[in-house]
Design a protein around this ligand. Structure first.
Ligand code: ATP
Ligand code: MG
Length: 156
């Protein structure tokens, strides 16, 4: 069914803040975001995996910024999750979405993980007909994007 993606994001943030009270999360939502057909539970998992990474791969107290936007004429909404953490070198931008792939650095070794969070997120987003990608460079933070198609715009 169709849902307001900002409600889904806010719900995930609220739950996340209970687990990580020190997390600093800000949001910017564009006006007139259409409702989009999505599986709320699964999109919550995508957001949760991206937020967990933003926390894990950043020094404490850095701001995480989430946006949701819709550009009239485009057939999707676009969500981004940006951190000010360790960043990811370009050569890993594709591979991190593969199951079990982890960038090998002293930071990622110390933090640990199984390398499946982004593969799960990619599977969910592609099942919705959208795409997921990252813009990042080493030492300059990371910004993950995903889109969800909204060909059939429902009025509120
Ligand atoms: P888990 O299965 O617990 O999520 P993970 O975090 O290692 O383990 P993914 O979430 O799939 O696995 O991420 C894959 C790899 O991509 C990470 O190991 C890390 O090297 C890199 N990565 C993911 N998100 C970020 C980020 N926000 N900043 C820097 N590196 C990241
Ligand atoms: Mg992860």
């Amino acid at each position: 069914h169709s849902a307001d993606v900002t409600k889904v994001i806010n719900r995930v943030i609220n739950r996340f803040q209970q687990r990580y009270p020190e997390a600093r999360i800000t949001t910017t939502y564009s006006r007139h975001l259409p409702f989009v057909p999505l599986d709320e539970r699964r999109i919550e998992q995508v957001l949760n995996n991206l937020l967990e990474n933003a926390i894990k791969y950043s020094p404490p107290h850095q701001v995480i910024h989430i946006t949701a936007e819709y550009l009239p004429g485009e057939k999707h909404i676009k969500v981004s999750v940006a951190d000010q953490g360790i960043g990811i070198a370009k050569e890993h931008h594709q591979a991190i979405f593969e199951r079990f792939y982890r960038v090998n650095s002293s930071w990622t070794q110390k933090i640990g993980g199984s390398g499946v969070g982004l593969a799960i997120a990619k599977g969910i987003i592609e099942a919705h007909g959208g795409s997921i990608w990252v813009e990042s460079s080493l030492g300059h933070g990371s910004k993950f994007y995903f889109t969800i198609p909204c060909e059939l715009i429902e009025e509120e």
